[in-house]
Design a protein around this ligand. Structure first.
Ligand code: 5GP
Ligand code: ZN
Length: 137
């Protein structure tokens, strides 16, 4: 548990939440400021600020849980789609610095905006860039 982390406090029960799923490693609860009906936050219980320090064993268990919750949301809400969004760092829109995934059900004419401009990057050629990145893997 990290001091002054809102999500660690939710895990500890110090801050109440509308929990929809919990196991030894994860907890999922309703977002306090939902972007759409059913907006859910999924977090690992082990604190990590973001994806850059997320334990890879924890990471490997994450998607099966996200998938299970997505299916439950679809079954109950009959949403047409769902965005799985995960922000890392202030520049990427992260405001709570405990790794989390957003599950945002999507409906016709909802007010959710998830957008970037395609073909905006025109810098280094992709053959060179891919080779450089590969070296770190
Ligand atoms: P971020 O911008 O970091 O990706 O998303 C943080 C999310 O956490 C926001 O959607 C925000 O509404 C939600 N949130 C922040 N504080 C609380 C809280 O105390 N309880 C709940 N349930 N959600 C919270
Ligand atoms: Zn935390």
């Amino acid at each position: 548990m990290k001091d002054n982390c809102v999500f660690c406090k939710i895990i500890a029960g110090e801050i109440p939440s509308y929990t929809i799923y919990e196991d030894d490693d994860f907890k999922a609860f309703m977002d306090i400021s939902p972007a759409s009906k059913g907006h859910t936050i999924l977090i690992p219980k082990q604190h990590a600020d973001n994806i850059f320090d997320l334990d890879e064993t924890v990471a490997s268990k994450l998607l099966p849980v996200a998938s299970k919750i997505a299916k439950a949301l679809k079954a109950e809400l009959t949403c047409e789609g769902l965005n799985l969004i995960q922000n890392n760092g202030e520049i990427a829109g992260q405001t709570v610095f405990h790794f989390h995934m957003h599950l945002i059900p999507r409906y016709k004419d909802d007010n959710v905006v998830v957008k970037w401009v395609q073909d905006k990057y025109e810098g280094e050629p992709l053959d060179q860039l891919s080779e450089k990145i590969k070296k770190h893997l």
